[in-house]
Each structure stands twice: as structure tokens, then as C-alpha cells.
Ligand binder design. Structure first.
Ligand SMILES: C[S@@+](CC[C@H](N)C(=O)[O-])C[C@H]1O[C@@H](n2cnc3c(N)ncnc32)[C@H](O)[C@@H]1O
Length: 334
């Protein structure tokens, strides 16, 4: 526990609900990938959590339950719990066992924090819904989703499941930098759109620099490149308009109370670190990927990939330490 963390009385999880489930992912070791994402919480652009933290602190009373949907490694829970000195429950729910495993490592001994994995149901080709995972045990007083709603390929189904779990009058608090907000200030980036630019700049360098000759065959093969683009768009998904999210919330039975946005600066260096973590989703055509062409990239290809990501970001933001991005926040009531 750090000096700034505040301990409070334990939260009463309902009878029959184990805050740490008996599941395979719980017994797995903590991995590098998850730890690497956890360190992103210290990046300057993670200032994006501040509005959501302020909203939760204002809305979540004593003995109330927050579901942090797509919690990742629990970065939001850490910030909240350092400011809350009364009993609350925070259930971290995520689709990634690797991220959730890091969250468990961070909060295993904190009785206020629970964990649930949204399993992928292969035969149904979808993730489990929130209500399937909670199985009638819990009703949430608020649901947060930070830096994730743009990833929901099944947005309507996801919001329907939130409506089934949230108590009437409960709030959803979402924030994302990856939706097209018509009020975005000119010059602000949609943060994930830097990845397509990185691809263009890297492709241009590979096409003319002899040191990268070995990657040209893939670059010139449009069918192969289409496969790499598909992988990229799974990780950095094409952006949808704000209106689509507002319609989806309304259709799922929520009232949209408030939409606001903020310009937040991302440090080029820190964004580079994140793109290095997700290098496979950024530049898999440099050296190949088991997910696209069955090739495992060599150490040399991985070095080139990292170099090309850094080079392209420096070209994209010449002599700039940071770049502005718009985060958009949507508040709804059930
Ligand atoms: C960029 S991370 C954000 C994590 C955390 N909320 C934060 O702000 O640090 C996105 C999270 O969304 C999760 N995710 C991706 N696709 C999802 C989906 N379809 N449904 C639910 N969660 C998803 C990922 O596992 C990951 O933890």
C-alpha cells in the first residue's frame, strides 16, 4: 500500500459470489505483456482517467458497487481506491486473462476488489455477456469503461448486457479517444489514427532504404498486406462516429445525460512505448506474424519493427515532445 492509498472497511460481496473466482486464468503466472500495459498508467495521456475518477467519486456512495468493464490491469481501480475511505466494491471485468491476471496481482489482498473474465465462447463466436458472467449475483450501481468502448464489435449487445446488470437510475461513465467527435478541435488527433500514419511512413522508408529490402516482397504483395491490415484493424479498430454510440445507448434503454470532451497531450515517447508493446498490431508486415502468415518474426525483424515505429512517429511529429488528442466522455442513466 502506498502512502497515498486509503484503506477502508471491507465491502460485503453477496453470499455465493467469490470475488476471486476459481478459474484457470487465476492460476496462470503474470506475463510481460500485461505488466507492460500496466506501466501505461504512469503515462501523461492517462490523465484521461481524471474526469471518470471525479465522476465516480461524486456518484458512488457507501456500500455501492462499481463494475469497471474492460478494466484491463485495474489502473482505474487503483486511482479510485486511493481516494475512497468508505466501503465500496469494484468489480474488474475484462476480456483478457493476461490483463486481469495483473489486476489480480495488484489487488489480491484488497477485499474491496473483485475480478471476472469475459470468456470467449468459440461456438457462439462472441464474448460472454456481463449478465452471463455475473449470473444474477450482482446488481451494479455504476458501470465505467475507459479507453475501451471503441473496441466493442458488438456494441448493441454489450450495452444491452449493461442495462440488464445496472440498477434503475444507475450511471454508465465512458471515455474514449477513438471515436469521431464532431466537436473535436482542429489539430487534435484521434489517437489510434496515428497508427495508419506510422504504417504509411514506415512503408515509404522500407520501399527506398536498402537496409529494409527484405520486407519489400510483403509490402508489394497486396493480398498479404490485406491480411496484415486486418490484424492491425483488430487492435486499432476503425473509428465510429460519436452519434453511433449515442444512438446505441438510447436503443439499449439509457438516457444520455451528458457528453463532454477534453484535449489531452500524449508524449511521443510514451506513445512510442505503447506501440512497441502492441508492435504486432502496428507493423506485422515487417517480419510477419503467426496470426497472419504463420511466420514468427526474427529478433532482427523485431528490432527493425521497433526502429520503424520510432522513426515514423518522429517523422509524424517532428521536433514535438507531445501531440494533442481529443477524449470524449459519455454519461448515461438507466
Ligand atoms: C486500452 S485497454 C483499457 C484498459 C483500462 N480500462 C484502462 O483504461 O487502462 C482496453 C481493454 O478493453 C478490453 N477489451 C477489448 N475488447 C473488448 C470487448 N470486445 N469487450 C470487452 N472488453 C474488451 C481489453 O482486454 C483491454 O483490457
Amino acid at each position: 500500500m502506498t502512502a497515498t492509498q486509503v484503506r477502508s472497511a471491507a465491502f460485503d460481496w453477496p453470499r455465493g459470489f467469490d470475488r476471486i473466482p476459481d478459474a484457470d486464468w487465476v492460476r496462470q503466472p503474470v506475463g510481460e505483456f500485461g505488466l507492460s500495459y500496466d506501466s501505461v498508467g504512469a503515462h501523461s495521456w492517462y490523465k484521461n482517467l481524471e474526469p471518470t475518477v471525479a465522476q465516480v467519486l461524486a456518484a458512488l456512495g457507501e456500500n455501492k458497487l462499481l463494475v469497471d468493464y474492460s478494466s484491463g490491469t485495474g489502473i482505474l481501480a487503483r486511482r479510485l481506491l486511493s481516494s475512497i475511505d468508505y466501503p465500496v466494491g469494484i468489480l474488474n471485468v475484462d476480456a483478457s486473462p493476461k490483463f486481469l491476471r495483473v489486476a489480480l496481482e495488484n489487488f489480491r489482498d484488497d477485499e474491496r476488489v473483485g475480478f471476472r473474465l469475459l470468456n470467449y465462447l468459440k461456438e457462439k463466436k462472441r464474448l460472454q455477456s456481463l449478465d452471463e458472467v455475473l449470473d444474477g449475483h450482482l446488481q451494479a450501481d455504476a458501470i465505467t469503461s475507459t479507453n475501451a468502448i471503441h473496441l466493442y464489435y458488438d456494441l448493441a449487445d454489450t450495452l444491452d448486457s449493461w442495462a440488464r446488470v445496472l440498477r434503475p437510475g444507475g450511471l454508465t461513465l465512458t471515455g474514449s479517444a477513438n471515436l469521431r467527435n464532431p466537436l473535436r478541435r482542429s489539430g487534435d488527433w484521434i489517437i489510434d489514427e496515428t497508427v495508419a500514419k506510422v504504417n504509411e511512413i514506415a512503408a515509404d522508408l522500407v520501399a527506398r532504404e536498402p537496409a529494409f529490402e527484405q520486407y519489400r516482397e510483403t509490402l508489394d504483395d497486396s493480398a498479404a498486406m490485406a491480411g496484415h491490415t486486418r490484424l492491425r484493424e483488430k487492435v486499432f479498430v476503425p473509428v465510429r462516429p460519436l452519434e453511433e454510440y449515442l444512438d446505441a445507448f438510447t436503443t439499449a434503454g439509457f438516457s444520455v445525460l451528458h457528453v463532454f470532451d477534453a484535449t489531452i497531450y500524449a508524449q511521443v515517447d510514451e506513445w512510442c512505448q505503447l506501440l512497441h508493446t502492441y508492435h504486432d498490431g502496428v507493423l506485422s508486415w515487417v517480419g510477419g506474424s503467426p496470426k497472419v502468415d504463420g511466420r514468427e518474426p526474427t529478433e532482427e525483424a523485431l528490432r527493425d519493427r521497433r526502429f520503424l515505429i520510432r522513426y515514423s512517429l518522429e517523422k509524424l511529429f517532428p521536433a514535438q515532445a507531445s501531440f494533442p488528442c481529443t477524449w470524449t466522455y459519455i454519461t448515461c442513466r438507466r
